[in-house]
Design a protein around this ligand. Structure first.
Ligand SMILES: [Zn+2]
Length: 446
């Protein structure tokens, strides 16, 4: 099946960051096969569907490299707390009370918001139980994702929410066998030990071993987010967080660390040498009062940085627009107004996310041979700049998900005219509310 999309302009995000006008792109099944001036196409004899969007800007879909779909339902339930309290009194009891059905609705809420906001690929950390539900929903919603169950075999903060080392490894292995490289390669497995405080050394190192059986899988964890967290890591292991990961051979180009805020000079060098990826989550870092990661320093050292919204209860959005805006603005008082310019940040939100996940040959830019993961923005609205120049700053500083009109993943439309093609918003809201009431009773939270 062929499709021809004729937008107003195309932000290719290729090596040269070309922006072209009066071009069209041809898609055959899931792949972009031609990007040519629109006059090169014979529209009357085109043997496929033609989508004419003369007012819309075409860009590659956003890639978010740190998300917790399982927490989407908990938005607003854990306000004004720092990380360890937030986990102990809210997030762990809530995650521990998920039933398959509540997890299903939480996943749907998350995917709905992400797709509606132009995110087409994500790296997800699930919860301990029912991970198969998340994979089922990702598949049904045609989402491109690397996902995996959260692994925790220590929990001093909330001892009810734990599993044995053996069970954690066994379940993760079985899930990876079942889901890695499924749905035509759109779904992959990402092993997800939560963070040092919730994992024995055996769990952390054995997980790395498991990855050998799953080429293209990712090691996804949190690191150096909060000062109390790293103090505890030091008490446990006599080292800083990333130094500890290095000492047990966790760092690699297939490792994604969320946050990376409180790190020393030696750790920055370790990240660089090992090609470890940092997922920067500015909203979550601000809301939990964790700190500001020194992203300009990472970029100067060519350390991989990409963006993620983290969990809905520490954000409270799942919007890449919000993360881009903050990623830029929070650095300016420290590093000056020229730091984290709009084009740099736009690349972190797209192609750099793809590279972080080793998906840059498939997604992250609009180029012939890549998968058609595309977003069409309507920037011809009164909330936008009235000139066509500086398109990246328009997107980073002025746009939001209300400007997203159409979203395609792997050649299929998932959002049309600003509405999800999978979910009925009203039903999703009401079903989720009912399910959350039940979950709060189980969690014994008022
Ligand atoms: Zn997180």
């Amino acid at each position: 099946m062929k499709k021809l999309i004729i937008p107003k302009n195309i932000l290719t995000v290729n090596e040269q960051n070309e922006v072209v006008k009066n071009y069209a792109i041809e898609i055959e099944n899931e792949t972009i096969v031609k990007i040519l001036p629109k006059d090169n196409f014979d529209l009357t004899n085109f043997d496929g569907e033609i989508f004419n969007f003369p007012n819309l800007t075409l860009m590659p879909g956003f890639v978010q490299t740190h998300i917790h779909l399982c927490q989407a339902m908990f938005r607003g339930l854990a306000e004004d707390m720092e990380l360890l309290d937030w986990l102990q009194t809210r997030i762990f009891p809530l995650e521990n009370s998920h039933s398959p059905n509540s997890l299903r609705l939480s996943t749907q809420i998350g995917i709905h918001e992400l797709q509606r906001g132009g995110t087409t690929t994500l790296l997800d950390m699930g919860t301990i139980n029912h991970e198969e539900v998340i994979f089922d929903e990702l598949k049904k919603a045609n989402m491109r994702a690397i996902a995996g169950k959260c692994m925790m075999d220590i929990n001093d903060l909330y001892p009810d929410f734990i599993e044995s080392t053996k069970d954690s490894l066994k379940q993760s292995y079985e899930l990876a066998k079942e889901f890695h490289n499924t749905n035509n390669g759109m779904l992959k497995y990402g092993f997800a030990p939560r963070f040092v405080l919730s994992c024995t050394e055996e769990l952390l190192t054995e997980t790395k071993e498991l990855m050998n059986d799953f080429s293209g899988s990712i090691y996804h964890t949190h690191s150096s987010e909060n000062k109390s967290e790293i103090e505890t890591v030091k008490l446990m292991h006599n080292m800083e967080n990333i130094e500890y990961f290095d000492s047990i051979n966790i760092l690699s180009d297939h490792t994604v660390l969320a946050h990376g805020i409180h790190v020393n000079e030696k750790e920055v060098e370790l990240l660089k040498e090992s090609k470890t990826r940092i997922s920067h989550c500015p909203s979550a870092n601000l809301k939990l009062g964790s700190g500001i990661a020194d992203i300009p320093r990472y970029l100067e050292k060519n350390i991989s940085v990409s963006l993620g919204a983290d969990g809905a209860p520490c954000n409270n959005n799942l919007s890449q627009f919000t993360e881009m805006r903050l990623a830029s603005l929070i650095q300016k008082p420290i590093h000056g107004p020229k730091s984290m310019d709009a084009l740099t940040v736009f690349r972190l939100a797209t192609i750099e996310g793809a590279k972080a996940l080793h998906l840059e040959n498939e997604i992250g830019s609009i180029e012939v041979g890549k998968k058609a993961d595309l977003v069409l923005l309507n920037l011809e609205k009164p909330n936008q700049t009235l000139i066509d120049e500086n398109i990246y700053s328009t997107i980073i500083y002025s746009a939001n998900q209300e400007n997203v009109e159409e979203v395609m993943i792997n050649g299929n439309w998932v959002v049309s005219k600003g509405k999800s093609n999978f979910y009925d918003e009203d039903k999703l809201y009401h079903d989720s509310k009912t399910e959350l009431d039940e979950l709060l009773k189980r969690a014994n939270i008022q």
